[in-house]
Write a protein that binds this ligand. Structure first.
Ligand code: OXD
Ligand code: MN
Length: 593
């Protein structure tokens, strides 16, 4: 399939280490994929779902101890500890290879090794990169088919000589949590993952490559790999403005990426297109602007809470050729169910661990049918609002970057940073408060700079310095940087902003700021909308004039606390913290008086 000696030599080495009975190179052909689906169904690894209601869809459940990313077992093994920084687990690469080699030794005896070539990004894109994943799991192959451009074509981007491909070695081994490791070796372009079969740990193109390794590559090569959705807003005049946005988990990233505008906007001719829901790779283009591609080819979305109202487009994306993991089964018609899909849990159900239960009684007792982190793996092409530019190898030009988190009080609905450097500060200050439902402790603040804390493959302070560097390169062509907070609460703990489709109203203001067609109020924290400039037509009953004031208020006392909190947070980065960010914090403090 390839003459590239670097690939061939590495595959031989991994074969010698893991000793599979058989090796299959994944060419991406439909015949090969169908044979693998049939085999997975025959062995019980996967189950076929209702061919009429969910054509081409498969069901899988993982081990009960293997249902999420494992941050405490995720390592960045740079040669110097200093280069992993305080936000990552680190181990000396020699020591880690020595520890893991015996675990991989002979691990594929009696199994088949699949060699998966894939491209992150459209084939032929100057921003795309190639990876090869070796795995002993058909589930991984079938998920990689949806999530990446998988198969022989991926080698076209690599050529016969290049060594610029990411080497991913995965074995589910015996899914032993005590020996589970998700390890990135950024300087070796290498990922080793063992003893897990859960998507986030084993679809190595996603978090491991497209964020952890790629963020390191972007630093070395002068581009950016970010935990950001990408959307396009088509205005009535036909122009499409592209925006990226980074939020910590549980802040509605997939919902914003697939937003359906309110009636008034639809009538006026606005449309929203999804380019990506999780990851953006961004490079400066020949015209000096910042261009983004979505390196992925599908959505690995959280199922619970997804319904026709909360995210019609996401649900529609899952109606064919989708893999469902750890959701519940409706045994009456062999379809899937999860909490929040509708108010009708199936009576004749199988809950996610495989027990046959009466779903109505089960849920009435407060028990879950689907795992809270159960997932769908759906092709992006299924999405009704997928962007016509989805496969554009040049990417889309970015006008605005949005940061956000879940904050009950401090942060207003939206504000604009003064400039790129201040925007980098704003990104470094991204944080989210835990909800009572999640932890039992309300309002515990978790810092998650640029929503990259679990995904930055090098020292976070060097990453911020790289952001500042990119800003200098982009100059006056740089996207404007904003911060949003959909989760501001009133005195009684009620959310004040309706969110979902109505977030379009905030995007509208952001776009007008990018075009320079609307004024703003200069406040100590940044530019805020002038009263009346967020279009509230149709929601005036909910967002009254008084609520609008509260949503846009800047409480100086709370912001002084925020400054103190950021001072504490920054301490762990020591001397590496860029002077520009220290200055931004000092300036913010001074502006607050
Ligand atoms: C994801 C995550 O699954 O950020 O996208 O955890
Ligand atoms: Mn994510």
């Amino acid at each position: 399939m390839t003459k590239n000696q670097n690939v061939l030599k590495w595959v031989e080495e991994m074969k010698a280490l893991t000793k599979p009975d058989k090796v299959i190179w994944i060419d991406g052909s439909e015949e090969q994929l169908q044979a693998l689906r049939d085999e997975a169904v025959a062995t019980g690894e996967m189950q076929k779902l209702n061919e009429e209601k969910l054509p081409g869809c498969l069901y899988h459940r993982t081990a009960e101890n293997d249902v999420a990313r494992v941050e405490d077992r995720t390592f960045i093994c740079s040669r110097e500890k200093e280069n992993a920084g305080p936000t990552n687990n680190w181990c000396d690469p020699k020591e880690m290879y020595a520890k893991l080699t015996p675990l991989y030794d002979g691990v594929m005896k009696g199994r088949t090794m699949y060699v998966i070539p894939y491209s992150m990004g459209p084939i032929g894109s100057p921003i795309a990169k190639v990876g090869v994943e070796i795995t002993d799991s058909i589930y991984v192959v079938l998920n990689m088919d949806i999530m990446t451009r998988m198969g022989a074509d991926a080698f076209k981007n690599l050529g016969d000589e290049s060594n610029d491909f990411v080497r991913g070695l995965h074995s589910k081994a015996n899914v032993d949590p005590e020996n589970r490791y998700i390890v990135q070796f950024p300087e070796d372009n290498t990922i080793w993952s063992i003893n897990s079969a859960y998507g986030g740990n084993v679809l190595l193109g996603k978090k491991c490559f497209a964020l952890r390794i790629a963020s390191y590559q972007g630093w070395k090569e002068g581009w950016m790999a970010e935990h950001m959705l990408i959307l396009g807003v088509k205005k009535p005049d036909g122009e499409v403005k592209y925006i990226t946005a980074a939020f910590p988990s549980a802040c509605g990233k997939t919902n914003l990426a697939m937003l359906i505008p309110p009636e008034g906007y639809k009538k006026a001719g606005y449309e929203v297109f999804t380019v990506g829901d999780d990851i953006a790779w961004m490079k400066q283009g020949p015209d000096g602007r910042l261009y983004a591609i979505n390196p992925e080819n599908g959505f690995f979305g959280v199922a619970p809470g997804t319904n026709a109202k909360s995210n019609y487009n996401a649900l529609a994306s899952t109606r064919k050729n989708t893999i469902f993991t750890n959701v519940a089964l409706n045994n009456d018609d062999n379809t899937v169910w999860w909490e929040g899909l509708d108010k009708n849990p199936p009576e004749n159900a199988t809950e996610w661990t495989g027990k046959k239960v009466n779903g109505k009684e089960w849920t009435a007792e407060g028990k879950k049918l689907a795992h809270p982190n159960s997932r769908f793996t759906a092709p992006a092409k299924n999405c009704p609002c997928v962007s016509p530019e989805f496969d554009n190898p040049q990417g889309v030009p970015i006008s605005a970057i949005i940061f956000g988190g879940r904050r009950a009080a401090t942060t207003p609905l939206v504000y604009q940073s003064f400039n790129w450097q201040h925007g980098t500060y704003v990104g470094s200050a991204v944080s989210s408060e835990t909800t009572a439902a999640a932890t039992g402790a309300v309002g515990v603040l978790r810092h998650d700079p640029m929503a990259m804390k679990p995904f930055c493959g090098y020292h976070m302070a060097d990453y911020w310095a790289h952001w500042l560097e990119m800003g200098k390169k982009l100059g006056d062509k740089a996207p404007l940087i904003f911060n949003v907070n959909w989760f501001k609460q009133d005195e009684n703990g009620n959310f004040m902003w309706p969110g979902f489709g109505d977030n379009m109203r905030v995007l509208d203001w952001i776009i007008k700021r990018c075009e320079g067609t609307i004024d703003a109020d200069k406040t100590p924290i940044g530019y805020l909308p002038k009263k009346g400039d967020i279009n509230l037509e149709g929601i005036e009953d909910e967002v009254t004039s008084e609520v609008e004031d509260k949503l846009l208020a800047v409480d100086k006392d709370l912001w002084k606390k925020e400054v103190a909190e950021m001072g504490e947070f920054y301490k762990q980065f020591g001397d590496k913290l860029p002077d520009e960010l220290k200055q931004e914090l000092a300036d913010l403090s001074a502006r607050l008086g």
